[in-house]
Design a protein around this ligand. Structure first.
Ligand SMILES: [Zn+2]
Length: 113
């Protein structure tokens, strides 16, 4: 799973707060990644909270595809590596525990857009 290890040694699925902060001030020359992260939670996330994520960070969207307690966090971010892009997106969840306190990432996708 080395492919999903960010430059700070974190597994992208666990998130990296350093990558998350780095994504706020990123070199516009870096590749743009379409990131999708599916995760499960112990408790449902209120609709209001899902909507607030978009307001909080314009590049992020948190949606509930169809299955209860399964959520999709998606974003377009610039980063040198796909793992860095994903670690930064999951880092949003780590940094914002009021959105979701406990989560388990089940699937990751990152592609050049
Ligand atoms: Zn990192």
């Amino acid at each position: 799973m080395a492919r999903w290890t960010c430059p700070h040694g974190e597994h992208a699925g666990n998130g990296c707060v350093t990558c998350y902060h780095a994504s706020a001030d990123v070199d516009p020359a870096l590749p743009l990644w379409e990131v999708a992260v599916w995760f499960t939670t112990e408790r449902p996330i209120p609709i209001r909270t899902l909507q607030d994520v978009h307001r909080h960070d314009r590049d992020l969207a948190l949606t509930q595809p169809s299955t209860p307690l399964v959520y999709l966090l998606s974003a377009q971010v610039r980063a040198g590596l796909g793992a860095e892009a994903v670690a930064g997106v999951v880092g949003f969840l780590v940094q914002n525990r009021h959105v979701v306190d406990e989560f388990t990432v089940t699937e990751i996708r990152a592609a050049h857009s």
